[in-house]
Design a protein around this ligand. Structure first.
Ligand code: ABN
Length: 178
């Protein structure tokens, strides 16, 4: 009986020794260092791989030098008709209209110096819109309209006596403090 037990223990010993050796070969120090090195080198490479930083928005969209085009950089957060195509200019209201007393403020990147600028989008009030005028809807930085001031789909003529919306100007206020 005891010799049978001895044989059984011997078998178990051999089997466990075999599997321990196999595991040591497979998960040994060298194997561990080799794997860790691969993971480390991979992690070092991640920051240099190209990836999309645009956040899906228009922040880095191609721009134009034409201020009558919606992609002109100063119009980056505009929602309305361009005054420069409505009888006015980039910064002045057409005759017979007056600038809104309140406005939407956007932050636009100037592609010429790569700086961010605060831009005031004042509506011009007091006349009906011109059908031939260019309508733009860029509204970069806008948030859903659940809170006044975060949303730009607003008639900013609301604080004027004459509340009829005509067009919107893009007036640079200065460099944004970022
Ligand atoms: N800020 C331009 C505008 C005017 C009327 C309605 C929506 C947006």
């Amino acid at each position: 009986m005891s010799s049978m037990m001895n044989r059984l223990f011997n078998l178990i010993d051999k089997a466990s020794e075999k599997s321990t050796r196999k595991a040591a070969q497979h998960y040994g120090r060298r194997s561990f260092l080799a794997r860790a090195g691969t993971v480390f080198a991979g992690a070092m490479l991640v920051p240099v791989l190209p990836f999309d930083r645009s956040l899906g928005g228009a922040a880095f969209a191609a721009t134009t030098e034409d201020e009558n085009d919606c992609s002109y950089w100063k119009h980056c957060a505009l929602d309305g008709n361009l005054c420069s195509t409505s009888g006015g200019s980039l910064t002045s209201c057409p005759a017979g209209t007056e600038a809104s007393k309140v406005s939407w403020i956007g932050t636009c990147r100037n592609p010429n110096d790569e700086k961010d600028y605060l831009v005031s989008y004042n509506d011009c009030c007091g006349r009906a819109t011109v059908p031939s005028s260019t309508f733009c809807f860029t509204s970069e930085g806008e948030r859903p309209g659940y809170r006044m001031g975060l949303h730009n789909d607003i008639n900013w003529c609301m604080a004027n006596t004459n509340k009829g919306y005509h067009c919107t100007v893009s007036v640079v206020l200065g460099v944004a403090n970022t």
